[in-house]
Design a protein around this ligand. Sequence first.
Ligand code: C6P
Length: 415
Amino acid sequence: MLQKGVFDVEKIRQDFPILQRKVMGGKPLVYLDNAATTQKPLSVINAISDYYTNYNSNIHRAVHQMAEEATIAYEETRKKIAKFINAKSTDEIIFTRNTTEAINLVAYSWGRANVKKDDRVVITEIEHHSNIVPWQILTQEKGAKLEYVGVGDDGYLKMHEYRNYLDSNKVKLVSVSQMSNVLGTITPVNEIIRSSHEKGIPVLIDGAQSVPHMPVDVQKLDCDFMAFSAHKMLGPTGVGVLYVKRDILEKMPPFMGGGDMIKEVHKYETRYNDLPYKFEGGTPNIADVIGFSAAIDYLDNLGMDRVREHEIDITKYALDRISGVKGVTVYGPANAKDRGGVVSFNIGDIHPHDLATIMNDHGIAIRSGHHCAQVLMERLDVAATSRASFYIYNTKQEVDKFIEALDEARRLFKI
Ligand code: C6P
């Protein structure tokens, strides 16, 4: 286990059993698909196994010892998350399946209660489908309008467009990603939240790519909603988080009806449970929530400032090296300080899927495709891109291997 506060990538790698794996007939795995999902340290795997081996029980229901142990472990994760993002209270932390479900929860519950005909919901051209489709469904249902803040060729949001929307005095909600999963752009959420609040407009932050990669403080940001996924920050799949400011959450109607979200049910009426349980209907993903606890411990131990520093360092290195590859187009801000650890690119007319296949032959895992951001693909006028994305265990040597493989692909395609 790593010494607290020390960022030693080689030591970190030892905590991830999968990184010892060989692929494609004996090649060491170079995992550069971290924006899709990260690998899990042994402590996370062990926490899940320990729950199933030693105290598997449902939570919040029975009084037997194991049920109590499971409930305590589950609720401990909620406390750790509240501390990790500096929420005022654990009541503001709702467990969902992922970022997608968290955003849908806001659209269905808050959105249906608050968005009316001719209102506007403002998002941006860099959004993931999870932060587009729920608002399309809502605005279409309500006869409201969905508006997009554009993105410039430099990868930055066109903030004058955003200010123009605010001036229309019709905006009911602003929902924006803090870090693009394609361009890497870190968006000016402080400014967006401050100016939206001047007009009394709440702001949802899609933190799927930001919370795993940089310090995020919801009180400092003063955002109203924040959504993120455990699996992109060393935790298991199947667990997401929705943070909602308490005064807003208190007024929100429930999202899903069923067990655990109620206090009393009668034939024709129900009294709902206290916060946050009112929004957690049914048996939750107990094992994986408990696993998430170990992931937060791991990141806390490293320190999110250091996680961010490492990513700036490796991203800067990758951007420098890739810019030397003939025929490459790199998308997003040129400055590594303005972006997260994702590098999306195209080389000549090599199809991204072909490129990813060649990378795979070298044992290098990257993602190719539209990255669930087809609105952005249209804006960039491409069908797809290739994407390398980094995390705490990636090294500059791995970036070198990636660049060598790119060069080989380029030669193969005679570019
Ligand atoms: N992006 C990627 O490879 P879920 O799937 O619900 O955990 O996360 C959705 C999501 C929402 N917002 C952003 C900014 C995201 O990047 C993602 C997930 C992955 O880029 C899978 S498409």
